[in-house]
Design a protein around this ligand. Structure first.
Ligand code: HEC
Ligand code: HEC
Length: 190
């Protein structure tokens, strides 16, 4: 627990430095105190090698804090029919990954994005996709959904790391978004 907090702090500090106009203006101690009581920005990075190797083989290994435990439970219970793919695992590996996901799901770590995802959860059965959570939908409302689909470099909102340049570190800050432009558009004669 203590180590996790230290890790969060290391991640928080560089972000903090960016958000404070000048560290010499006397406000830094105020901001530090404020952060100490607040969740760490972003989401806890995915630190389980088994998880990242296995679930990261087809797509970005989504941080466990992006979905509530009930969603992970449903996903892990239906891997033979996983969004049109078969992602089945041997029982021992399945159990170990499932435990990791459930122990680190949204609401079980103190990070800002997890808290937002969780608080937007509608009543009833939780969705299987992060990209269906209301907070996600709200934050991406201005992104051209058809453009995402048509762009071979993105294809889907599930490709977090294509647009969020620091997604692997659990950082989804607005300033770090870079949406690749579709080649055919870029090559259009002026
Ligand atoms: C055989 C390939 C494959 C493997 C292995 C795999 N997935 Fe997926 N996963 C997919 C596909 C395909 C999608 C749908 C992507 C899309 O819509 O663009 C997906 C989507 C997802 C999504 C939804 C993303 C969103 O849109 O919010 C989650 C969550 C997810 N996978 C979790 C897992 C977990 C956990 C594991 C490991 C147990 C895993 N996946 C392993 C193929 C795979
Ligand atoms: C097509 C590019 C694209 C993809 C793919 C994408 N995002 Fe985003 N994301 C954005 C843009 C653009 C914003 C809004 C930035 C802004 O408001 O300026 C955003 C905002 C966010 C925010 C809010 C950040 C904040 O500080 O307000 C989160 C969290 C987020 N995305 C998570 C994800 C996750 C998780 C995935 C994958 C499941 C994902 N995104 C996939 C482009 C994308």
């Amino acid at each position: 627990m203590k180590n996790q907090w230290h890790l969060s702090l290391c991640l928080a500090l560089p972000l903090l430095a960016n958000s404070v106009p000048s560290l010499a203006d006397g406000r830094e101690s105020y901001v530090m105190d404020k952060w100490a009581a607040q969740p760490a920005p972003g989401v806890e990075p995915a630190g389980n090698p088994r998880y990242t190797a296995s679930c990261g083989s087809c797509h970005f290994p989504y941080q466990p804090g992006l979905l509530p435990a009930q969603s992970w439970e449903r996903l892990m219970g239906g891997l033979s029919k996983h969004f049109g793919d078969n992602a089945e695992l041997p029982p021992e590996e399945l159990n170990s990954i499932r435990n990791y996901l459930l122990n680190n799901a949204a609401g079980r770590t103190n990070s800002a994005v997890s808290a937002e995802m969780l608080s937007s959860l509608p009543p009833g059965e939780p969705p299987l996709r992060i990209s269906e959570l209301p907070y996600f939908v709200k934050e991406h409302a201005k992104v051209d959904a058809q453009g995402v689909k048509d762009n071979p470099e993105i294809r889907s909102f599930s490709s977090c790391n294509v647009c969020h340049t620091r997604a692997a570190e659990g950082s989804y800050s607005e300033g770090e978004v870079h949406i690749p432009t579709a080649r055919h558009k870029a090559e259009k004669p002026l």
